[in-house]
Design a protein. Sequence first.
Length: 178
Amino acid sequence: MSQLTTFARPYARAAFETAEAAGKLADWSQGLGLIAALQQQEKVAEFLSRPGLGWEQQAKLLLDLAGADLDATLQNFVRLLASNKRLALLPEVVQLYEALKAERERTVDVEVISAFAMNDAQTQALAAALKARLQREVKLSASVDQRLIGGVIVHAGDLVIDASVRGKLNKLSETMNV
Protein backbone atom coordinates (compact mmCIF):
# COMPACT_ATOMS: atom_id res chain seq x y z
CA MET A 1 0.00 0.00 0.00
CA SER A 2 2.82 2.40 0.79
CA GLN A 3 4.22 1.87 -2.70
CA LEU A 4 0.86 2.92 -4.17
CA THR A 5 0.97 6.03 -2.00
CA THR A 6 4.47 6.82 -3.23
CA PHE A 7 3.37 6.56 -6.87
CA ALA A 8 0.09 8.43 -6.28
CA ARG A 9 1.49 11.33 -4.26
CA PRO A 10 2.89 13.40 -7.20
CA TYR A 11 -0.36 12.99 -9.12
CA ALA A 12 -2.45 13.99 -6.10
CA ARG A 13 -0.27 17.03 -5.48
CA ALA A 14 -0.44 18.05 -9.14
CA ALA A 15 -4.22 17.65 -9.15
CA PHE A 16 -4.52 19.65 -5.94
CA GLU A 17 -2.28 22.48 -7.13
CA THR A 18 -4.11 22.67 -10.48
CA ALA A 19 -7.53 22.70 -8.81
CA GLU A 20 -6.45 25.25 -6.23
CA ALA A 21 -5.01 27.57 -8.87
CA ALA A 22 -8.29 27.39 -10.78
CA GLY A 23 -10.35 27.86 -7.60
CA LYS A 24 -12.09 24.52 -8.20
CA LEU A 25 -11.11 22.37 -5.23
CA ALA A 26 -14.66 21.13 -4.67
CA ASP A 27 -15.28 20.47 -8.39
CA TRP A 28 -12.08 18.44 -8.67
CA SER A 29 -12.90 16.59 -5.48
CA GLN A 30 -16.25 15.57 -6.88
CA GLY A 31 -14.84 14.76 -10.34
CA LEU A 32 -11.93 12.68 -9.07
CA GLY A 33 -14.26 10.81 -6.74
CA LEU A 34 -16.63 10.08 -9.61
CA ILE A 35 -13.87 8.81 -11.91
CA ALA A 36 -12.40 6.63 -9.13
CA ALA A 37 -15.83 5.19 -8.33
CA LEU A 38 -16.47 4.44 -12.00
CA GLN A 39 -13.07 2.84 -12.39
CA GLN A 40 -13.78 0.54 -9.44
CA GLN A 41 -17.13 -0.67 -10.78
CA GLU A 42 -16.80 -4.38 -11.53
CA LYS A 43 -17.80 -4.25 -15.19
CA VAL A 44 -15.75 -1.11 -15.86
CA ALA A 45 -12.68 -2.58 -14.14
CA GLU A 46 -13.12 -5.77 -16.15
CA PHE A 47 -13.30 -3.78 -19.40
CA LEU A 48 -10.30 -1.61 -18.50
CA SER A 49 -8.16 -4.68 -17.80
CA ARG A 50 -8.63 -6.12 -21.29
CA PRO A 51 -5.19 -6.84 -22.76
CA GLY A 52 -5.59 -5.11 -26.13
CA LEU A 53 -7.14 -1.92 -24.78
CA GLY A 54 -4.97 1.17 -25.25
CA TRP A 55 -4.75 4.07 -22.84
CA GLU A 56 -6.79 6.31 -25.16
CA GLN A 57 -9.70 3.87 -25.02
CA GLN A 58 -9.39 3.53 -21.25
CA ALA A 59 -9.50 7.29 -20.76
CA LYS A 60 -12.33 7.69 -23.29
CA LEU A 61 -14.43 5.06 -21.52
CA LEU A 62 -14.05 6.71 -18.11
CA LEU A 63 -14.65 10.21 -19.48
CA ASP A 64 -17.70 9.08 -21.48
CA LEU A 65 -19.15 7.42 -18.38
CA ALA A 66 -18.48 10.50 -16.26
CA GLY A 67 -20.36 12.71 -18.69
CA ALA A 68 -19.69 16.28 -19.73
CA ASP A 69 -19.60 17.63 -16.16
CA LEU A 70 -15.82 17.33 -15.86
CA ASP A 71 -13.86 20.40 -16.88
CA ALA A 72 -11.26 20.10 -19.64
CA THR A 73 -8.30 20.21 -17.27
CA LEU A 74 -9.64 17.34 -15.19
CA GLN A 75 -10.29 15.36 -18.36
CA ASN A 76 -6.67 15.94 -19.37
CA PHE A 77 -5.56 14.75 -15.94
CA VAL A 78 -7.46 11.47 -16.47
CA ARG A 79 -5.83 11.12 -19.89
CA LEU A 80 -2.42 11.71 -18.29
CA LEU A 81 -3.04 8.98 -15.73
CA ALA A 82 -4.15 6.61 -18.48
CA SER A 83 -1.18 7.39 -20.74
CA ASN A 84 1.22 6.74 -17.83
CA LYS A 85 -0.62 3.49 -16.97
CA ARG A 86 -1.57 4.88 -13.56
CA LEU A 87 -5.39 4.60 -13.60
CA ALA A 88 -5.16 1.97 -10.88
CA LEU A 89 -3.82 4.70 -8.58
CA LEU A 90 -7.04 6.72 -8.75
CA PRO A 91 -8.44 5.66 -5.36
CA GLU A 92 -5.15 6.52 -3.67
CA VAL A 93 -4.89 9.81 -5.62
CA VAL A 94 -8.39 10.73 -4.43
CA GLN A 95 -7.52 9.93 -0.81
CA LEU A 96 -4.33 12.01 -0.93
CA TYR A 97 -6.10 14.85 -2.76
CA GLU A 98 -8.81 14.92 -0.09
CA ALA A 99 -6.16 15.04 2.65
CA LEU A 100 -4.47 18.01 0.94
CA LYS A 101 -7.84 19.71 0.50
CA ALA A 102 -8.78 19.17 4.16
CA GLU A 103 -5.40 20.53 5.24
CA ARG A 104 -5.87 23.67 3.14
CA GLU A 105 -9.44 24.19 4.32
CA ARG A 106 -8.45 23.41 7.92
CA THR A 107 -11.15 20.77 8.26
CA VAL A 108 -11.14 17.26 9.65
CA ASP A 109 -13.63 14.43 9.35
CA VAL A 110 -14.30 12.97 12.77
CA GLU A 111 -16.00 9.66 13.40
CA VAL A 112 -17.44 9.18 16.87
CA ILE A 113 -18.50 5.73 17.98
CA SER A 114 -20.45 5.72 21.22
CA ALA A 115 -22.06 3.06 23.35
CA PHE A 116 -25.37 4.93 23.28
CA ALA A 117 -26.93 7.42 20.87
CA MET A 118 -25.85 10.98 21.60
CA ASN A 119 -28.36 13.83 21.61
CA ASP A 120 -27.78 17.08 19.71
CA ALA A 121 -26.41 18.92 22.73
CA GLN A 122 -23.81 16.19 23.38
CA THR A 123 -22.84 16.08 19.72
CA GLN A 124 -22.42 19.86 19.57
CA ALA A 125 -20.41 19.93 22.79
CA LEU A 126 -18.11 17.17 21.53
CA ALA A 127 -17.70 18.94 18.17
CA ALA A 128 -16.81 22.20 19.94
CA ALA A 129 -14.27 20.46 22.19
CA LEU A 130 -12.67 18.71 19.23
CA LYS A 131 -12.59 21.96 17.25
CA ALA A 132 -10.71 23.62 20.11
CA ARG A 133 -8.29 20.72 20.53
CA LEU A 134 -7.61 20.12 16.83
CA GLN A 135 -7.87 23.79 15.82
CA ARG A 136 -9.85 22.85 12.73
CA GLU A 137 -13.44 22.85 11.58
CA VAL A 138 -14.93 19.48 12.51
CA LYS A 139 -17.25 17.42 10.31
CA LEU A 140 -18.64 14.96 12.82
CA SER A 141 -20.38 11.68 12.06
CA ALA A 142 -21.67 9.51 14.88
CA SER A 143 -22.53 5.85 15.16
CA VAL A 144 -23.48 3.50 17.98
CA ASP A 145 -21.67 0.32 19.06
CA GLN A 146 -23.15 -1.14 22.24
CA ARG A 147 -20.15 -3.44 22.65
CA LEU A 148 -18.24 -0.41 23.98
CA ILE A 149 -20.28 -0.75 27.21
CA GLY A 150 -19.93 2.99 27.83
CA GLY A 151 -17.98 6.02 26.61
CA VAL A 152 -16.80 6.87 23.10
CA ILE A 153 -14.07 6.24 20.55
CA VAL A 154 -13.08 9.24 18.41
CA HIS A 155 -11.29 8.88 15.06
CA ALA A 156 -9.95 12.16 13.64
CA GLY A 157 -7.45 11.50 10.88
CA ASP A 158 -4.53 9.68 12.52
CA LEU A 159 -5.71 10.59 16.02
CA VAL A 160 -7.67 7.95 17.94
CA ILE A 161 -9.09 8.72 21.37
CA ASP A 162 -10.45 5.62 23.08
CA ALA A 163 -12.50 6.75 26.06
CA SER A 164 -14.68 3.65 26.08
CA VAL A 165 -15.22 1.31 28.99
CA ARG A 166 -14.21 -1.62 26.77
CA GLY A 167 -10.94 0.16 25.90
CA LYS A 168 -10.18 0.85 29.56
CA LEU A 169 -10.93 -2.78 30.48
CA ASN A 170 -8.59 -3.96 27.70
CA LYS A 171 -5.82 -1.69 29.02
CA LEU A 172 -6.38 -2.95 32.54
CA SER A 173 -6.23 -6.54 31.31
CA GLU A 174 -2.96 -5.87 29.44
CA THR A 175 -1.45 -4.25 32.52
CA MET A 176 -2.39 -7.19 34.72
CA ASN A 177 -1.02 -9.74 32.24
CA VAL A 178 2.42 -8.14 32.04
